[in-house]
Design a protein around this ligand. Structure first.
Ligand code: PMP
Length: 418
């Protein structure tokens, strides 16, 4: 492969990619003797030095349990945890920090809403609407809730490009719809869902909208009040923060009406064997010791992204996406799966005669990390009549040189399997 590594052809846009890359220590790693080209950001993102340092600093200087201590460290840990909640509020433009519930990640956020909001309300004959491009974590919790209630899961189809069929959404969202759960960006296809339009359709029928923002938050500026949705979920690890921490945002009146879903310390007001009363949101939904260090790290990650600017990030990634699309389409036998007009940062593809896992393995030998498989979106694979794809997913630190390396790696795979 004749690809210049370590030399950046900066993508167009305002980002100084070379400088940003220096913020991420892991990007200096060599993998299989080659400089790492990390294109698996859809699965998880790398962490900047500021986040790694914030975690170490928290454990070195402030570590204590939150809320229940009278001592100084406990106050410091509590202040840091509260400040992280305020940072998440600003990041999403939520009306209040009390609308921010810390969870383990997107999966837990969706399960919380399915358990605590949906289950007590759903009745036989009700409908929960999802799209055909959802990640399993925005399908299975709703299936479980529907099964328990005798409700029905309704699926809005996608077209051959992988765009949501809004004409079908108009028909399928109706008077029986109680909840509409949609992804903001598809992890398998990259398609961006017109969330505001979906919200308009759902609210017309009094349905509540949950948005899975796992693949959106590091690529698109999110303003939950402008989107108009009712719940928004994301994972810290997909936006340069730690694993094990994420956010559920919910409108205050909806959260206030939801019963607890896990019992334990910190989620109660009073406990007696006769009657226990519960804390107000968000604490009602945060039983037990939370991931305090994780919340601290997440807040630093959100501030990091905000300082760079999501508009600049989006412009850079759109340029990369266009460049990658053009480069990959020049490879004989390669088909891009997901060609929606509005896409974010993901190129899913197949190559004639080569299993996606084999593409991934050949690329790994070159130090290039991509993902291969069904991407926890089996219904998407079924829709396109394939078992899986190879997927390159970009982040703010990727460059055109990374795309060149990817294209050269795929070309060597095609030669190997010819
Ligand atoms: N939804 C989407 C669209 C995702 O891409 C993912 C992660 N691949 C999830 C939900 C689940 O996120 P987590 O595993 O962090 O809970």
């Amino acid at each position: 492969m004749k690809v210049e590594r370590g030399v950046f052809a900066p993508a167009r846009g305002d980002l100084d990619v070379a400088r940003l890359r220096a913020d991420f220590p892991i990007l200096a790693e060599c993998v299989n003797g080659r400089p790492l080209v990390y294109l698996d950001n859809g699965a998880t993102t790398q962490k900047p030095r500021v986040v790694i340092d914030a975690l170490a600093r928290y454990y070195e200087r402030d570590n204590a349990n939150v809320h229940r201590g009278v001592h100084t460290l406990s106050r410091r840990a509590t202040d840091a945890y509260d400040a992280a909640r305020a940072t998440a509020q600003r990041f999403l433009n939520a009306a209040s920090a009390d609308e921010i519930v810390f969870v383990r990640g997107t999966t837990e956020a969706i399960n919380l809403v399915a358990s605590s909001h949906a289950r007590p309300r759903l009745a036989a004959g009700d409908e929960v609407v999802v799209t055909a491009m959802e990640h399993h974590s925005n399908i299975v919790p709703w299936q479980l809730a529907c099964e328990a209630a005798g409700a029905r899961l309704v699926v809005i189809p996608i077209d051959d490009a992988g765009s949501l069929r809004i004409d079908q959404a108009e028909k399928l969202i109706g008077p029986r719809t109680r909840i509409v759960a949609v992804t903001h960006v598809s992890n398998a296809l990259g398609s961006v869902v017109p969330v505001a339009r979906v919200v308009e359709l759902a609210h017309r029928h009094g349905a509540v909208v949950l948005v899975d923002g796992a693949q959106a938050v590091s690529h698109i500026a999110v303003d939950v009040q402008a989107l108009g949705c009712d719940f928004y979920a994301f994972s810290g690890h997909k936006i340069f923060g730690p694993t094990g921490i994420g956010v559920l945002w919910g409108r205050a009146p909806l959260l206030a009406a939801m019963p607890p879903w896990q019992g334990g310390g910190d989620m109660i007001r009073t406990v007696s064997f006769e009657k226990t009363t519960y804390a107000e949101p968000p604490f009602r939904f945060e039983a037990g010791t939370p991931d305090i260090g994780g919340a601290v790290g997440l807040a630093v990650a959100l501030d990091y992204v905000t300082a760079i600017g999501l508009d600049a990030i989006a412009a850079h990634e759109h340029d990369l996406l266009a460049y990658a699309t053009e480069r990959l389409l020049g490879i004989p036998g390669l088909t891009i799966v997901g060609t929606a007009g509005d896409k974010a940062s993901i190129v899913s593809f197949t190559v004639d005669g080569i299993h996606p896992h084999d593409i991934g393995t050949v690329l790994d030998q070159e130090g290039i990390a991509i993902r291969a498989g069904h991407h926890c979106a089996m219904p998407v694979m079924k829709r396109f009549g394939i078992s899986g794809t190879a997927r390159a997913s970009f982040a703010l630190y990727n460059s055109r040189a990374d795309v060149d390396a990817l294209a050269a790696g795929i070309e060597s795979a095609t030669r190997l399997f010819a």
